[in-house]
Design a protein around this ligand. Structure first.
Ligand code: AMP
Ligand code: GLY
Length: 426
């Protein structure tokens, strides 16, 4: 079959790399792709991930049997519905189901209506109502922009004054644009954070392996939030009993709830959870693979990814046996110095061919220059990942290989999956 992957980050490189291993896959294209996807697939660099018409046209032109959508923006814009109108199968949630990520207010309502454990709170469209709710709120508050905010829309407030000021900034000064017109106020939970994933075709739910994600730019969880600086799969504390609780109290009820809401859920259901003393609770749901979590979970997939994704897209997930390896996987993001603030690009990336044969180098912000050399073109440049029999081995290998690769002003965290932190991800 012919597959078109939509997106251009390390997540999409990982998806394309895994699809390339499938004997079912003939032509493999990535729109727009990057210098890494060019090695395993054909790039369509002129087609951006949000260009719904361009993607539909390319899918027709290249006789694509399945479109696999990586990022949330095209999903919430309705790319799956647009492709369905042309009779093209796609892996990803449709517009109605993607509302689960596109609106944190809806996410909270879903949890409330179907008894899914979550951070308690409420959503508001009026700043006055939000502020009066807050004055009565007897938990430490988190204030969130309801809409998509590239992972930067959750503000952990230490005081009520800070929370009141955050509501002003979001709702009156519109610091987050439309995304902050509706806000969610919820209790701040403490515990261990984990990203969990499940494939779903609307009825069958197949949990994937989980991962921890390091959001802050500097070691020890310091500095501003980023799209993710590293990840590992999986922490020892995520045992079979916890996985079962997550499946039965969170993943399955969410899929059943979405069906009951008339928004059947097909694609990857991604739960951002806090595992508290009271059990796992939902902080948010997303409708796609995590980035950088995909870079450390998909390498552990033993089954044929093309078969799984096609089964999801055609409501036959119950027919597929999805198997994972017990290996550990660690991924470290190499970023441009200055990210997530201002940074320069266009620096040559050297040493890519010096890594060990089975080290995994997934590209994000890279492109090929006129001579065919790889140069930096974004904030997150590469994820260097490695599998190992345990986390220590995988971590050692990822860091050993990262030292082979160089570009000017490169920054990466030194503490991804470090045992001293209890390997929780911060
Ligand atoms: P979100 O955009 O909802 O994933 O939030 C971004 C990050 O903020 C999460 O990964 C958590 O680290 C933190 N966070 C969000 N909501 C809460 C909460 N209710 N309690 C504690 N931490 C939270
Ligand atoms: N790893 C965070 C995200 O993909 O949203």
């Amino acid at each position: 079959m012919n597959i078109l992957v939509v997106g251009g980050g390390a997540r999409e490189h990982t998806i394309a790399w895994k699809l390339r291993q499938s004997p079912r896959v003939d032509d493999l294209l990535v729109a727009p792709g990057n210098a890494g996807t060019a090695r395993v697939a054909r790039n369509l660099p002129q087609i951006k991930a949000n260009d719904l018409e361009g993607i539909a046209q390319a899918a027709r032109e290249h006789k694509i049997d399945l479109v696999v959508v990586g990022p949330e923006d095209p999903l919430t814009l309705g790319i799956v519905d647009r492709l369905a109108a042309d009779g093209i199968a796609a892996f990803g949630s449709d517009k109605a189901a993607s509302h689960l990520e596109g609106s944190k207010a809806f996410c909270k309502e879903l949890c409330q209506r179907y008894g899914i454990p979550h951070a308690r709170g409420a959503s508001f469209t009026s700043p006055y109502d939000a502020q009066s709710y807050l004055k009565e709120f007897d938990h430490v508050p988190v204030v969130k922009a309801s809409g998509l905010a590239a992972g930067k829309g959750a503000i952990l407030c230490d005081t009520q004054e800070e929370a009141l000021a955050t509501i002003d900034r979001m709702m009156i000064e519109a610091a987050f644009g439309e995304a902050g017109r509706t806000v969610v106020i919820e209790e701040r939970l403490s515990g261990r954070e984990i990203s969990v994933f499940a494939f779903s075709d609307g009825r069958t739910v197949v949990p994937m392996v989980p991962a921890c994600d390091y959001k802050r730019v500097f070691d020890g969880g310091k500095g501003p939030n980023t799209g993710g600086m590293g990840s590992f799969s999986q922490p020892a504390w995520y045992d079979a009993a916890l996985a079962e609780t997550v499946r039965t109290t969170i993943l399955e009820p969410a899929v059943r709830g979405m069906a009951a809401e008339g928004r059947p859920y097909r694609g990857v259901l991604y739960g951002g959870l806090m595992v508290t003393d009271d059990g796992p609770k939902v902080l948010e749901f997303n409708c796609r693979f995590g980035d950088p979590e995909a870079q450390v979970t998909l390498p552990r997939l033993k089954s044929d990814l093309a078969e799984v994704l096609q089964a999801v897209a055609t409501d036959r997930l119950h027919e597929v046996d999805v198997q994972w390896s017990d290996d550990a996987c660690v991924g470290v993001v190499m970023a441009s110095g200055g990210y997530p603030g201002e940074y320069e690009t266009g620096f040559p990336v050297v040493g890519l061919s010096n890594v060990e044969e089975d080290a995994l180098v997934f590209h994000a912000g890279t492109r090929l220059d006129e001579e065919g050399g790889v140069v930096t073109s974004g904030g997150r440049v590469l994820t260097v990942a490695a599998l190992g029999a345990n986390l220590n081995e995988a971590r050692g290998k990822a860091y050993r290989n990262i030292q082979q690769i160089h570009f000017s002003r490169c920054h990466y965290r030194r503490d991804i999956a470090a045992p001293a932190q209890g390997a929780t991800g911060e």
